[in-house]
Design a protein around this ligand. Structure first.
Ligand code: PMP
Length: 455
């Protein structure tokens, strides 16, 4: 059956509920194939992928080596459960590999099918850990405004955007949101501009006060993305995580890093925990673990936590697809590619190149307030006024990222008032320059009112 584009769009509208797309929207981009950073849609139109799909295509599109691994594993053993005493060689191989890459003492692995499941598991693990140790009162989860932790009721409640809660109430109780670390937005911390260290002082004071309010004996864990992705690639001051860790340790509160975006090379290390020099008790990962070739997530769990979870009857929660042989086989092959092609170092070098290119091409534009990045996570903050840092007004029917895609084929994403980029780590410098040029072409026609003049 071959369908032409008009049919595809119509059938899509008739049958598929897309996240975040109103039923009234008629436009569809139906992707057909991909290679490296390039994609082609059903009309034969080409795209340059500067978001890595949804922040995950570390090794790029169209890697037939990964298809071969999936094929071979599916032919040998497509699936069996990992419940009880059952296991499979591919899951064991990947868990052993992850334990060797993760900071000590995180040598235990719990598999999921994605990031949302991972955060549900992490939150439940934290509560269960305290319960098993006789501290059942430790139920509260500390999170931050602007955090994104997926769509479950646990992670979704920890998510710090009212939009994701509206209409879904009641959310999970016993979640408390703190102020996010974002020195550029000085209004978050009062009237006075603060240095990064003073921002950390403010946030640590708030954390201590919140712990005192709730009672340390009632708090299970704090969950946080080391660099907040959906919130707009918010990079905390260097001393933020070490100081948070110190406070939590003093109160027996676990630290969960949601590294669904930041792990597997995106920030130039296997894990952002290593970038910040902080070891959490649990690291939640997904996305880049397979570069998106098949769905998979993995929690890296500290030995001190695992030891408690494994007592008595063990950890009473499992997914049908825990340790799926095909997904874990593809993940190992994907990690091999990341290693063989030196993509950690490449993320650092190419990220610096792309940052410099954005700075050179966009840095002086009146609507560009800040360009920030760590490795291959980058953001361009859009403002109405560079002096006041007032956010650029947005017009949903003509957003900069949509105009950039329609005019140039370069795919970037919006996040609040910023454009966020997380390209495949294999992007070339010529492609990186093409991304910056595409952004410039639209942002230099963007007025402080948010209107975009015709080309
Ligand atoms: N945590 C973070 C930090 C994320 O960015 C995402 C997805 N963008 C998730 C969790 C949820 O992962 P998934 O969509 O695989 O469920």
């Amino acid at each position: 059956m071959t369908l032409d584009i008009a049919d595809l769009a119509q059938l899509d509208r008739a049958h598929i509920i897309h996240p975040y797309l109103p039923g009234s929207a008629t436009e569809r981009v139906v992707m057909i194939s991909g290679s490296g950073c390039r994609l082609t849609d059903s009309q034969g139109r080409g795209y340059l992928d500067a978001t890595g799909g949804l922040w995950l295509a570390q090794v790029g599109h169209g890697r037939t080596e990964l298809a071969d691994v999936a094929h071979a594993q599916m032919a040998k053993l497509e699936y069996f459960t990992s419940f009880w005493e059952f296991s499979n060689e591919r899951a064991i191989e990947l868990a052993t590999r992850l334990a060797s890459l993760a900071p000590a003492p995180l040598s235990h692995v719990y598999f999921t099918s994605g990031g949302s499941e991972g955060n549900e598991a992490a939150i439940k693990m934290a509560r269960y850990y305290h319960h098993r140790r006789g501290e059942s009162s430790r139920t509260w989860i500390l999170a931050r405004s602007k955090a994104y932790h997926g769509i479950g009721y646990g992670g979704g409640s920890a998510t710090g955007f009212p939009l994701y809660h509206e209409g879904f109430a009641p959310m999970m109780p016993h979640v408390s949101h703190l102020t996010p670390p974002w020195p550029y937005r000085t209004e978050l911390y009062g009237d006075q501009p603060l240095s990064p260290e003073q921002v950390t002082d403010f946030l640590i004071r708030e954390l201590e006060e919140r712990i005192a309010e709730i009672g340390p004996g009632n708090i299970a864990a704090m969950i946080g993305e080391p660099i907040m992705g959906v919130g707009g690639m918010l990079v905390p001051p260097a001393d933020y995580w070490p100081r948070v860790r110190e406070v939590l340790d003093r109160h027996g509160i676990l630290l969960i890093f949601d590294e669904v975006v930041t792990a597997y090379g995106r920030v130039g290390e296997w894990f952002a925990a290593q970038y910040f020099g902080v070891t959490p008790d649990i690291i939640v990962t997904a996305k880049g673990i397979t570069s998106g070739y098949v769905p998979l997530g993995a929690l890296l769990v500290g030995d001190h936590v695992a030891e408690v979870l494994l007592r008595d009857h063990g950890f009473p929660m499992g997914y049908t697809y825990n340790g799926h042989p095909v997904a874990t086989a593809v993940a190992t092959a994907n990690l091999d590619l990341i290693e063989r092609e030196g993509l950690l170092a490449r993320a650092t070098g190419l990220g610096a190149f792309l940052h410099a290119e954005l700075e050179a091409q966009l840095g002086e534009l009146p609507v560009v307030g800040e360009i920030r990045s760590v490795g291959m996570m980058l953001a361009v903050e859009l403002v109405r006024d560079r002096a006041t840092r007032a956010p650029l007004p947005l017009h949903p029917e003509r957003m900069p990222h949509d105009v950039i895609r329609r005019e140039t084929g370069v795919i970037v994403r919006d996040s609040a008032h910023s454009l966020v980029l997380s390209p495949p780590l294999i992007m070339t410098e010529a492609e990186a320059r093409e991304v910056a040029t595409a952004l410039r072409g639209v942002l230099e026609r963007t007025e402080p009112t948010g209107e975009i003049r015709a080309a």
